[in-house]
Ligand binder design. Structure first.
Ligand code: FES
Length: 158
């Protein structure tokens, strides 16, 4: 498919998503969630289309996308590993663990490994505070993480 056709199809799909949510009160977040569910991230083009439809500036939409950690402005890897960095997990040593995993994967927060296997994202509480430190790989939650668990998780995604 040529790039022009792909961009047109992407824009048409985004417009359809907007239309499906326009009658909602405060449609911006639901639209962004739906766009991310469809494409795996918020395409640059989507910000302008959404802004126009909701009478916002592109900068306002961009601001919301960058404010919420759940939104990505680039495609993710085949798996997304989210490590919790909120208070309970901090107190149980999530930061040294995060440093180890970053070194092991050779990436920083919000980056994807060169083989496209995994994207590393910070998250701020997964509701597993009693089992801190916690992480989520795709839809699966992990508690009481240690280096061995993380190594197993990495082995699983590669
Ligand atoms: S603080 Fe990490 S799961 Fe709640």
């Amino acid at each position: 498919m040529n790039i022009h056709v792909a961009a047109q199809q992407e824009a048409a799909r985004i417009e359809q998503i907007i239309e499906d949510h326009l009658t909602m009160e405060g449609p911006l977040l639901p639209i962004l969630h739906a766009v991310q569910a469809e494409f795996g991230y918020i395409p640059e083009n989507a910000k302008q289309i959404i802004a126009k439809a909701l009478n916002l500036s592109r900068a306002e939409v961009h601001g919301v996308v960058t404010f919420y950690h759940d939104f990505r402005d680039h495609p993710s890897g085949r798996h997304v590993l989210k490590l919790c960095r909120a208070e309970a997990c901090q107190s149980m040593g999530c930061e040294p663990l995060a440093d180890k995993i970053k070194t092991k994967l050779g990436i920083d927060w919000h980056e994807t490994t060169a083989d496209g296997a995994v994207t590393l994202e910070p998250v701020f509480c997964l509701g597993l505070c009693a089992s801190a430190p916690a992480a989520m790989l795709d839809e699966n939650l992990y508690g009481r993480l240690n280096e061995d668990c993380l190594n197993d998780i990495v082995a699983e995604v590669r």
